[in-house]
Every structure is written in structure tokens, then in C-alpha cells.
Write a protein that binds this ligand. Structure first.
Ligand SMILES: Nc1ncnc2c1ncn2[C@@H]1O[C@H](COP(=O)(O)OP(=O)(O)OP(=O)(O)O)[C@@H](O)[C@H]1O
Ligand SMILES: [Mg+2]
Length: 226
């Protein structure tokens, strides 16, 4: 049995909207093995993005525990949480979130500024990662000069700069045609095969062909796990 990377117990996230309490997560337990590939599915509003944000330390739970690689997120202060996001997690979003004025190379190199990596080294690493995602011939293109699938590849390369153990992707194929979507799923599967854990939130049933584990959510709970 593989060691577990993520352990979540009794996770709740409640948003208070005036008098109404919205239970976005209503008691989630899960254990994700290291080097696994999880797909989280479920209808709109079932809590998928909320779960991903909490796992990534983008937001804090109302209650419950999240341990990732033996670190407990709940007890981290803001600095520790920022370091956790930077070192352990790679985020990929539906809308790519690239900086439109920067080339693919500079978009990938950009987050390394905050890790105080020297410029030469940043560019070398970005160059290597863009090759890795199959964009070696597009490094000076700006986002508007790339297809949707290529933009998502740039975003994935950027997510890899600090060699994260866990890649969290929220609807990464949501804005792509089916061929580009397949390419992105294949790339995430390759990254998983090379030793990273991947958790992807999606409505895209094709992901089940790649995932080692599929979870269904409904009303803030996990209702099915296979
Ligand atoms: N910042 C917030 N304030 C208040 N309610 C929120 C907030 N974020 C999410 N919610 C509510 O929490 C519930 C879960 O939202 P979440 O974004 O996790 O759903 P989802 O499963 O990702 O849906 P989708 O498939 O549409 O992206 C929803 O009912 C939503 O309205
Ligand atoms: Mg969502």
C-alpha cells in the first residue's frame, strides 16, 4: 500500500450569507495515496472547487483537518501557508490565468521571481519546462498568439516551476475543444506517471480513463468513491 500524501478528516466549510449558512463542504473525509491521480466529479455547487481551494491552502476550513505530506495546514500561519502553496502545490485553472503582455517563457519564469531565483536560471528552467509540455517552438509567443490548449500547457509548465508534489487542477479542460482537452489530460497523466500526485476537478467524463481514483460529490459530501 502506497503511503498517503493527503489526509482529510471532518472537513467543513460554511459560508455565512446574511442569515443563511451555506455548507459548501459538509464533512469530507479522504485519504489520497502519494503518486495517485484523482478525479473529483459532481454537479455544479457540490463543493468541488471549495475542496480544491482548501487543499491548496488558498482558503481556510471552518473545521476539520487537512494534512499534506505530514504537514497540518490548519496550524500554519500566513507565511507558512504561502510557502506551502509555493513549494508543495501546483495550481492549474480553467481560465489559464496567464499574463497577456508576457511571452510563454516569461509567464513560466514569472513565479520564480518570488523564490528569488536569478534571472538566467529562471529562463533556463522555463525553457526546459516549455519543452517538457511540448511547446519548445512557441516560447516567445504571447497568450493571444497561442491556441487554448497551448495556453493551458503554458499554465501547466508554470505550475511545475517549483517541482510540486501535488498538482491541483480545477476544470483544466473546461475551455478547450475535445482534442486539446485530451492532450491536457494525457499531459497530466504523464506528470502523474513521473511521480507527482494529481487531483483534478472536472465535469469531463473522459478523465475517468486517466484517473486512478474517482470521487463523486453532492451537496458538500463525498457520495461515491471508486
Ligand atoms: N465565497 C463564497 N461565499 C458564499 N458561498 C460560496 C462561496 N464560494 C462557494 N460558495 C457556495 O458553496 C457551494 C459550493 O461551491 P463550489 O464553488 O465549491 O462548487 P463547485 O462544485 O466547484 O461548482 P461548479 O461545478 O459550478 O464549479 C455553492 O453552493 C456556492 O454557492
Ligand atoms: Mg467549481
Amino acid at each position: 500500500m502506497a503511503t498517503s500524501l493527503v489526509r482529510v478528516t471532518g472537513l467543513r466549510k460554511t459560508y455565512q450569507m446574511g442569515r443563511q449558512a451555506v455548507h459548501a463542504l459538509d464533512g469530507v473525509d479522504l485519504e489520497m495515496a502519494d503518486k495517485s491521480f484523482w478525479a473529483v466529479m459532481g454537479p455544479s455547487g457540490s463543493g468541488k472547487s471549495t475542496l480544491l481551494h482548501l487543499l491548496g491552502g488558498l482558503d481556510r476550513p471552518t473545521s476539520g483537518q487537512i494534512d499534506v505530506g505530514g504537514q497540518s495546514i490548519a496550524v500554519m500561519d500566513e507565511n507558512a501557508l504561502a510557502a506551502y502553496r509555493r513549494r508543495t502545490i501546483g495550481f492549474v485553472f480553467q481560465s489559464f490565468n496567464l499574463i497577456s503582455s508576457l511571452s510563454a517563457l516569461d509567464n513560466v519564469a514569472f513565479p520564480m521571481r518570488f523564490a528569488r531565483v536569478p534571472r538566467r536560471q529562471r529562463r533556463a528552467r522555463a525553457y526546459e519546462l516549455l519543452h517538457r509540455v511540448g511547446l519548445g517552438d512557441r516560447i516567445y509567443h504571447k497568450p493571444t498568439e497561442l491556441s487554448g490548449g497551448q495556453q493551458q500547457r503554458v499554465a501547466i509548465a508554470r505550475a511545475l516551476v517549483n517541482d510540486p508534489q501535488l498538482i491541483l487542477a480545477d476544470e483544466p479542460t473546461g475551455n478547450l475543444d475535445s482534442a486539446s482537452g485530451d492532450d491536457i489530460l494525457r499531459l497530466l497523466a504523464e506528470l502523474n506517471e513521473s511521480g507527482r500526485s494529481v487531483l483534478i476537478v472536472t465535469h469531463d467524463a473522459r478523465v475517468m480513463g486517466y484517473a486512478s481514483h474517482t470521487v463523486q460529490m453532492l451537496d458538500g459530501r463525498i457520495v461515491n468513491s471508486s
